[in-house]
Design a binder for this molecule. Structure first.
Ligand code: GLU
Ligand code: MG
Length: 434
């Protein structure tokens, strides 16, 4: 068979999907600046196919400008297809970023953070299911479950390495046929790019091996959730971490405390951007080891925000970091990280004091105890968190009026699409998408 290799110029969108257009690789040089044409209404295409009401209709033009450093060439073996893609920025015809480019939403947040003398280092931790691996109840952390995924882990690790993802750990997670993968931390924009790439590399390797990797937030209503846990650390411009102060509550420096408190207070509206499916809210309930209250927990895997352990006593200055657990892969990594950056920045600018810390289960507390710690239950549905986002003037300003408006329209339309379906049917639909 004669073959000619293509490269797909892609964007990670509101639906958490990677979409774009492929060009022959031999034309890529000339596509570097001109990119490929794109349509504003594409951002209204839901994960389930139907298009949400779009203010642009069939009108107007944009282009996807590739970011060559993000290119990934996944050639699992010599017979199989080459899966070659590159991430991009969405540009207007005058060469300025489009207001609804999600990568730009993150970049703008990072620039604003930098203006405060701060940077963020991050790593996305992903849980996913490998369909085609038999579900057995004995599988958590089990070497047998590791063995039964066959060649996947090795081929995936090699592919991650080649894609520059710096593989860290791989494990059979708690759910039958559920696995988890972590990467080394990186500067924030790189970390988000890598999260976009990682999902496609996992899907691509699995596909080639006759398996299916799914990052859907919840396979079935009774399944263990697939979380995306975002680890992050604040540094000053020089790269020196600024998270720790031995005298601060929980060992938090004032700036880390303000950042975390900003994120904590914004959690009810942030969830709209970080847990963006209807089934996400079946996962974000107590005692699923996900997140269910607006709490910062000290070494607690049920906290929405967790102060992670430091494994070598004395290394707090460099090793202390935080984890945001109320995210899943229905959301674009740019939205997840961008939302956290903007919310944390809001806390820093407001000079908020440190967050109240929890060391006990909020679900077991009475109303008075919860009120004393300012703990709110996270929104119980996508509709509820969208109402919070609608009313949040700070996040609206961060997103820009247009992105804020079309995001709400997109996700409300998705909510309407799912409304007639029961939870099991909704999970089945999301499984097809993620
Ligand atoms: N599967 C859990 C979630 O939905 C997380 C379990 C863990 O790694 O702590 O977030
Ligand atoms: Mg896990």
């Amino acid at each position: 068979m004669r073959r000619e290799e293509l490269i797909m110029i892609c964007t990670s969108d509101i639906a958490g999907q990677l979409r774009g257009k492929a060009v022959p690789v031999r034309d890529f040089e000339k596509r570097r600046t001109v990119g490929v044409g794109w349509t504003p209404t594409n951002i209204m295409i839901t994960a389930h196919g139907p298009i949400a009401p779009s203010p642009w209709g069939s009108r107007e033009d944009l282009y996807l400008r590739p970011v060559p450093a993000t290119a990934v060439r996944l050639a699992v073996d010599s017979e199989g297809p080459v899966q070659h893609f590159v991430l991009s920025d969405i540009m207007q015809l005058d060469g300025t970023p489009w207001t609804c480019c999600l990568r730009d939403f993150l970049k703008r947040g990072l620039a604003a953070l930098e203006a405060e003398g701060l940077r963020l280092v991050a790593a996305f931790e992903h849980e996913f299911a490998l369909r085609g691996v038999e579900e057995r109840p004995n599988s958590p952390y089990n070497f047998d479950a590791f063995r039964r995924q066959g060649l996947f882990a090795e081929v995936f690790t090699a592919a991650m390495r080649e894609a520059g993802l710096e593989p860290d750990t791989f494990m059979p997670e708690y759910g039958p046929s559920q696995y988890e993968v972590t990467m080394r931390h990186a500067p924030a924009l790189t970390a988000a790019d890598r999260a976009v790439v990682l999902r496609e590399v996992a899907r691509g390797v699995a596909h080639r091996l006759g398996l299916e990797a799914t990052f859907t937030p919840l396979l079935r209503p009774d399944a263990v959730g697939n979380g995306v846990h975002l680890h992050f650390s604040l540094t000053e411009g020089s790269g020196r971490p600024v998270n720790h102060d031995p005298d601060g509550p929980g060992g938090l420096s004032p700036v880390a405390g303000a950042f975390l408190e900003g994120v904590r207070r914004k959690l009810p509206s942030l969830c709209a951007l970080t847990a963006a499916s209807t089934v996400s809210y079946l996962r974000l309930v107590p005692h699923r080891w996900s997140a269910s209250y607006t709490n910062v927990g000290v070494r607690d895997r049920e906290a929405a925000l967790r102060i992670c352990p430091v494994f070598r006593p004395g290394s707090e200055e460099t090793a202390l970091h935080f984890e945001y657990r109320a995210a899943d892969a229905a959301a674009s990594p740019y939205l997840v990280l961008g939302a956290i950056v903007w919310a944390g920045l809001w806390g820093v600018r407001q000079k908020l004091g440190p967050p109240p810390l929890t060391t006990a289960d909020p679900e077991q507390m009475d109303e008075r105890e919860r009120a004393a710690l300012d703990l709110r239950r996270l929104p119980g549905s996508l509709a509820d968190t969208l109402s919070e986002l609608e009313a949040d003037a700070d996040l609206k300003a961060a997103m820009g009026e247009t992105l804020h408006r079309v995001y709400l329209a997109h996700k409300r339309f998705e909510e309407e699409l799912m409304a007639p379906l029961d939870p099991a049917e909704q999970c089945a639909r999301y499984l097809l998408a993620y």
